[in-house]
Design a protein around this ligand. Structure first.
Ligand code: CA
Length: 709
């Protein structure tokens, strides 16, 4: 009899019942002391419903909680129990980890916080001091999606490419390793996973020109154990793995010079029985395949789900969702492992709803495609051919000759916001979205650094100025929760939202489905029919995913509230579809009968200063428009409209004088993330951009009072 068995009687009866049925338990030596989680403990996470031990709660990433104190019947009595204010005002995307009453969470800029999960008291904070200027290498805000916790250590990947282990009790640094070559614009925003004593982490950067990979590091020492590149490098240098030799046959030209892409920036799952680690692989770099791999090709392993051996990184199988990807249709979206009966046969499946709009059910042992159906309206492909496992594309969607108005858009029909799965009802809840995008090739493409390298004309994809056209586009921009039957591959019901970029999902045994949304509410729904049961005004847009845990028999629900991420940075007016929200960055924790209150707050429209006169040179402003959407809009918004994360340039006093050049050439705001562009843009070009932004400010000023802009 081991320690685990001796402690068991101290735990709840249901826990005991669950464990005693499980032969695996005998082999486990789980360390149940505070702030630790051994591999075995994560493996058995389902038997500790009071904790949230791993990113998706369990290795299968189902994000379902067996807690049932909060139910569809009493959730109306849910109240705020405590809140914690961050001193940052950027996006919050993290899933907290809760172990034995301690919450470990990341905020913006890869900062780590440990709090008393019952009181919200800060126990320690760790600031990795990410250099502000590294933000220019991050496509999608200075966000972080959370830590991993294992054997008294807390692991975080930082925006500037480090992997750091901290002492869970004190927040002191134990080790710190660089996982990237900082000559290249990589960034880490994803949560590490711990598998078999190794920390698994990937990175992002496929919008900037990098070569993707995922790596494993010894959790005790930080030493690199293996690295798996997802796309081949220059064949002349030899191939790191046989899988890359195979992959290279599916590429053309000199793709390695542009990086190729294929970053592993978010999703992973692990099956201990099969000993397979699954990772989701991102888009091509640049997006435009004609530039990346002239003449086409599948470009393996872009937009693929890869199964690897966690001990060695050895390739086992892949399934490519979007061959020859050229729409930013990543397969980095959340993957859920489950057991389903399909066509009368019990199957171990992997489920994913990637950006491209199709819901895939794979046999996770072999990678065999079992079924795929579109979960939103899509127009780039009519269906997935079950013979070949490939999409049947509309050839016009490859926008080589003429622009293509695509559904979904690069934001995806589903992005990183986690889904949630109910293992009893076998329903998958998808935070889905419907947004169009006009893909047009950038005819003057030249790789830039720092900077976004898409090979797409972003100005062509701008919101139209004409009101009728704009209203039409805005009416097409939507978001919803889809309750999806993965066996029948059909939607059972949906909850419609005004706009996209709503938060991740959690469903519980208490029949409650939780989600925060872009309109600034945290909402509880009946998980069987989508009826709205309760909501809480969070004073900010929510994009993160909720968790639930319990301490001393009391169930809590926690969500990070903080507007941000790529959509409000990039999308301009489209990102205001759900209404104008601010970004008061907070942790919100609820329980039945909670009585905490947020400070009074009301959004106040800032005064728009009188814009400068400008020089009225239309040609210059037109050139500035093209340059703005090549260099600036990915952070400062389509048409210089800010949706509440970064300052709105139309309001900046820097338009009035040489401060504009102090910022754009001398880099006086680099510590905030606004670096100098003097190596990429001439003084004349920067002035063109200034003239363009002045026209946008003038347009806004003229419209004020008419509610037109
Ligand atoms: Ca991307």
């Amino acid at each position: 009899m081991n320690l685990y068995r001796l402690i068991l009687p101290l735990i709840t009866a249901s826990f005991l019942a669950a464990c005693s049925q499980d032969a695996q338990v005998d082999a486990q030596v789980a360390d149940l002391s505070a702030a630790t989680a051994s591999d075995q403990r994560i493996l058995a996470a389902d038997q500790e419903p009071q904790n949230w031990l791993a990113h998706g709660r369990t290795y299968d990433e189902q994000r379902y909680s067996p807690l049932d104190q909060i139910t569809d019947k009493n959730v109306k009595d849910l109240g705020l129990d405590w809140h914690y204010d961050f001193d940052t005002h950027r996006g919050l995307e993290a899933t907290p980890i809760v172990i034995d009453g301690v919450m470990y969470v990341t905020g913006s800029w890869s900062r780590v916080y440990a709090l008393n999960a019952v009181t919200g008291e800060l126990l320690w904070e760790f600031n990795p001091e990410v250099p502000g200027e590294w933000a220019v290498n991050a496509c999608c805000d200075v966000v972080n999606r959370g830590v991993a916790v294992w054997q008294g250590k807390v692991y975080v990947g930082t925006l500037d490419g480090r992997l750091i282990a901290l002492d869970a009790k004190t927040g002191e640094k134990i080790w710190d390793v660089m996982t990237i070559d900082q000559k290249y614009p990589y960034s880490i925003t994803g949560a590490p996973r711990i598998v078999k004593g190794k920390v698994i982490i990937g990175n992002g950067g496929a919008e900037f020109g990098v070569r993707g990979y995922v790596g494993a590091y010894d959790a005790l020492t930080g030493e690199q154990v293996w690295r798996f590149y997802t796309v081949p490098g220059n064949p002349a240098d030899g191939f790191e793995t046989p899988a890359l030799e195979t992959a290279a046959k599916t590429w053309n030209g000199e793709w390695w010079k542009l990086g190729g892409g294929g970053t592993v920036w978010d999703s992973m799952a692990y099956d201990a029985d099969l000993d397979l680690l699954y990772v989701g692989v991102g888009n091509g770099s640049p997006w435009n395949q004609e530039l990346r791999s002239p003449g086409g090709g599948d470009n393996l392993y872009l937009s693929s789900i890869l199964a690897l051996r966690p001990d060695t990184g050895e390739y086992v199988w892949h399934y490519q969702t979007t061959p020859g990807e050229m729409w930013d249709y990543t397969a980095t979206q959340h993957m859920i492992l489950a057991d389903l009966e399909i066509a009368g046969k019990a199957r171990k499946v992997l489920m994913q709803a990637p950006k491209n709009g199709f819901f895939y059910v794979l046999d996770r042992e072999t990678g065999e495609l079992l079924s795929a159906e579109n979960y939103v309206d899509v127009n780039w492909a009519s269906h997935i051919d079950m013979e070949t496992g490939r999409p049947v594309e509309d050839p016009r969607a490859r926008y080589y000759d003429s622009p293509w108005l695509a559904f979904p858009n690069p934001l995806g029909a589903h992005n990183w916001h986690p889904m949630s799965y109910n293992p009893n009802s076998k329903i998958v809840y998808i935070p889905a979205q419907e947004v169009p995008f006009l893909y047009a090739p950038d005819k003057d493409f030249k790789a830039i650094r720092p900077g976004i390298n898409l090979g797409i004309d972003m100005a062509a994809a701008s919101m139209p100025d004409d009101k009728t056209a704009r209203d039409q586009v805005m009416s097409m921009i939507k978001g919803h929760i889809s309750a999806w039957d993965p066996v029948a591959q059909k939607e059972l019901w949906r909850v419609q939202h005004p706009g996209p970029w709503n938060g991740g999902l959690l469903n519980t045994k208490g029949k409650v489905l939780f989600q925060g949304n872009a309109a600034g509410y945290f909402v509880a729904y009946n998980s069987e029919n989508g009826d709205k049961l309760w909501s809480f005004p969070a004073q900010t847009g929510i994009v993160a995913s909720p968790i639930t845990f319990s301490v001393d028999g009391e169930q809590y629900v926690t969500i990070l509230a903080g507007w941000g991420g790529v959509f409000p940075l990039l999308a301009g007016e489209a990102a205001l579809k759900s209404g104008r929200v601010s970004n008061n960055s907070r942790i919100l924790t609820f329980k039945l009968g909670g009585t905490d209150k947020l400070p009074d707050w009301k959004y106040v429209e800032p005064d728009l200063p009188e814009p400068p006169v400008g020089n009225g040179d239309d040609k210059q402003a037109a050139n500035g428009n093209a340059l703005f959407h090549r260099f600036c809009s990915s952070c400062h918004g389509d048409k210089a409209v800010s949706a509440g994360v970064l300052p709105d340039l139309r309001y900046t006093l820097a338009l009035h004088d040489d401060t504009w050049f102090d910022i754009t050439q001398d880099g006086i705001l680099k510590d905030n993330g606004m670096v100098s562009f003097k190596d990429q843009l001439s003084t004349e070009q920067l002035e063109d951009i200034r003239q363009y932004v002045i026209t946008r400010a003038q347009r806004l000023k003229a419209s004020q009072g008419t509610k037109e802009d």
